[in-house]
Design a protein around this ligand. Structure first.
Ligand code: NAP
Length: 318
């Protein structure tokens, strides 16, 4: 095993992302010592049972003491409080980073609250599942997924290079962009898709003309793929929308216009418009498969659980 990249890494927050980092750091020997802190006694105890770290403390200020790398893995709405709590205990020269799904707001919450003798550079691993908590993590979560690093003009190049090497050692490919651009890109690739999923599942639940038994029974027509996304953590996603307000609202405006155009095409029987769009969108999926960000297996590579007769029936309804 190579020499560890860091003597001590502190993970503040040990949910899906924090615990996946702990696992991959352990399996690849990235840190000599992993210090873990989380808000509740219960999660800390679970992290200990899972043997995710070397030292554990409910106080994040204790966990970051002596750490060369500090990774903040809490919901986006909690960054300011955490930054204020750890600020007096950070080692000179430490790299402080985060894994938040929104970047400009995190910079605003964290940077002014840290001392000048540490480096803060945001990051967002574009990898995840709909599960949360320390049991949900796994060591290959970041494998072949992108991690977006969001340094600013005054960020230290050496710290950036080290952070980049860290994510690459965790299995990710890395890309650099500004926090603001990150928020625009993620609004369309992640935040709006989640909003659509939450909305469609909510609408289905509110429909009076279709029973909930029917919705569940016939969900393979497409609905169930939205339910996976709509099962994502409510706290995390509430915070994402509250903290990426501008980019989400801007993109949502454009989305609503396009949806109205589709509505019009259906009303006027404009099959050409529908066919053209659906052909273009199919190409996008092909490109995602080509770059290895999705499987080409039918049905997302799921093992089919319906009986053959039912499968045929469902396929007809798609
Ligand atoms: P998670 O599994 O729900 O874990 C959240 C962690 O943060 C837990 O340790 C929790 O502590 C702690 N926490 C929750 N609320 C807190 C608060 N108000 N103050 C301090 N600590 C708090 O979350 P996750 O999925 O790992 O997400 C963590 C971060 O990664 C978020 O910023 C999210 O936007 C980002 N992210 C998530 C995904 C994804 O797919 N899930 C992907 C990329 C990035 P207790 O359990 O002790 O309460």
């Amino acid at each position: 095993m190579n020499k560890p990249m860091f003597d001590r890494v502190a993970l503040i927050g040990i949910g899906l992302i924090g615990s996946s980092l702990a696992r991959v750091m352990r399996s690849k020997g990235i840190a000599k010592e992993i210090a873990i802190s989380t808000r509740s006694e219960k999660t800390l105890e679970r992290a200990r049972e899972l043997n995710l770290g070397d030292v554990y403390d409910l106080d994040p200020a204790v966990a970051v003491t002596g750490a060369d790398l500090v990774v903040l893995g809490v919901p986006v709405g909690a960054f300011e409080t955490v930054a204020k709590t750890i600020s007096g205990s950070l080692k000179t020269g430490a790299i402080v980073t985060d894994v938040g799904s929104v970047k400009a707001s995190v910079v605003r919450q964290v940077k002014p609250n840290l001392p000048e003798n540490v480096h803060f550079i945001g990051a967002h691993p574009v990898a995840g599942t709909e599960y949360s908590g320390p049991d949900a993590g796994f060591s290959t979560l970041f494998e072949n997924r992108w991690c977006i690093l969001t340094p600013e003009a005054d960020s230290d190049p050496e710290a950036l290079a080290k952070l980049r090497a860290f994510w690459e050692a965790c299995g990710s490919q890395t890309e650099v962009m500004t926090p603001e651009h990150h928020d625009l890109v993620l609004a369309i690739t992640s935040h709006i898709p989640h909003l659509i999923a939450y909305n469609i599942v909510g609408t289905a639940d509110d429909l009076e003309s279709v029973t909930s038994t029917e919705i569940i029974k016939f969900s393979a027509g497409g609905f169930r793929d939205f339910t996976r996304i709509a099962a994502s953590d409510p706290t995390m996603w509430r915070d994402v929308f509250l903290h990426n307000q501008d980019a989400v609202l801007e993109t949502l405006g454009r989305f609503s216009e396009d949806l109205s155009a589709l509505q019009r095409a259906i009303r006027w029987g404009d099959g050409d418009a529908l066919f053209k769009l659906f052909t273009r969108t199919r190409e996008i999926r092909r490109s995602i498969i080509e770059i290895g960000q999705e499987t080409a297996e039918p049905n997302f590579g799921r093992d089919e659980i319906e009986t053959p007769a039912e499968t045929v029936k469902m396929a007809d309804e798609k």
